[in-house]
Design a protein around this ligand. Structure first.
Ligand SMILES: NC(=O)c1ccc[n+]([C@@H]2O[C@H](COP(=O)([O-])OP(=O)(O)OC[C@H]3O[C@@H](n4cnc5c(N)ncnc54)[C@H](OP(=O)(O)O)[C@@H]3O)[C@@H](O)[C@H]2O)c1
Length: 267
């Protein structure tokens, strides 16, 4: 630990090897945060850490972890405590999509998603939040999705886990507000990352994809004074409005028509 390290804020970013997580890392390093990057991909994190440490006067640590494993949150907590006593910002960003008919999806991937998007995030918050409350400062960003505002056939479990994160974040934000701690559910729309390739579908968005830098800038700008549920840009605002005014059953039916995999489209 160098002399100035204890003075700088400290953030953990999960899923920091690429996409939105790497973008949070760049933005927070530029704001002077020491970082702990977490993912399973050491070579990518090595490159990102070297780049950030070369450009900004911050320390960048790494933790290789599969956050879908049962003890992942506890391991993360121990790794963080070994580096620093206090955590200022936790970005629960790691996640993936799973597209297809629910009955065709492999059980192992369904379980992995539940552990990654639900169990590990709940447990991480439970572990890190008491320290923030005690210090009367800190923030947690749970990267959800605009999908979490809807029921989405063929992306059913993904949308449901993201809805869970929205509800959890909104409720906890109120619980901890009196203690000066901020909790946000960040809800990006389709964003230009590896997400869709991993999920197994191509977004059909005539307006194009959102830029990761824009998503992260909006999320960080809103953390202290913005709402607990943050959508991105005017498209996000329109979709959030639709989710409130249009009956959910209609929206689910429309989503089914839009998302139905081509194999069954004619059936
Ligand atoms: N892109 C979009 O359109 C979009 C829209 C709304 C919300 N989101 C959300 O944004 C978040 C980031 O996704 P992205 O778009 O940046 O996708 P991405 O480019 O595919 O990145 C996903 C990140 O999650 C990590 N990850 C996945 N499974 C993991 C596991 N078991 N253990 C540890 N790390 C794991 C990956 O690390 P590895 O190197 O270990 O694979 C990677 O760093 C996700 O929660 C996603 O649901 C994305």
């Amino acid at each position: 630990m160098d002399a100035s390290e204890g003075m700088r804020p400290f953030a953990i970013i999960t899923g920091a090897s690429r996409g939105l997580g790497a973008e949070y890392a760049r933005a927070l390093a530029a704001r002077g945060y020491d970082l702990l990057l977490v993912s399973r991909d050491k070579p990518r994190m090595d490159r990102l850490a070297a780049d950030l440490a070369g450009r900004y006067p911050v320390t960048v640590g790494m933790e290789m972890a599969d956050l879908a494993q049962p003890e992942a949150a506890h391991r993360l907590y121990v790794a963080a405590r070994q580096r620093r006593g206090a955590l200022d910002l936790l970005v629960n960003n790691a996640g993936f999509g799973l597209f297809g008919e629910f009955v065709d999806l492999p059980m192992a991937r369904l379980q992995e998603m539940l552990r990654l998007h639900v169990n590990t995030i709940v447990e991480s918050i439970r572990l890190f939040l008491p320290g923030m409350i005690e210090r009367r400062s800190g923030g947690i960003i749970n990267v959800s999705s605009i999908a979490g505002l809807f029921s989405i056939p063929y992306l059913a479990e993904y949308a449901a886990t993201k809805a869970f994160l929205i509800s959890l974040s909104e409720a906890l934000a109120e619980e901890v507000r009196p203690f000066g701690v901020h909790i946000q559910a960040c809800c990006p729309g389709s964003t230009e990352t590896d997400f869709h390739a991993t999920a197994g579908f191509r977004p059909r968005n005539p307006l194009g994809l959102q830029a990761p830098a824009m998503v992260v800038a909006v999320s960080l700008a809103a953390l202290e004074r913005g709402p607990a549920v943050v959508t991105i840009g005017w498209r996000g605002r329109i979709l959030a409005l639709l989710s409130r005014v249009v009956p959910r059953a209609w929206l689910a039916r429309a989503a089914a028509r839009r998302m139905r995999p081509s194999r069954r489209a004619a059936g």
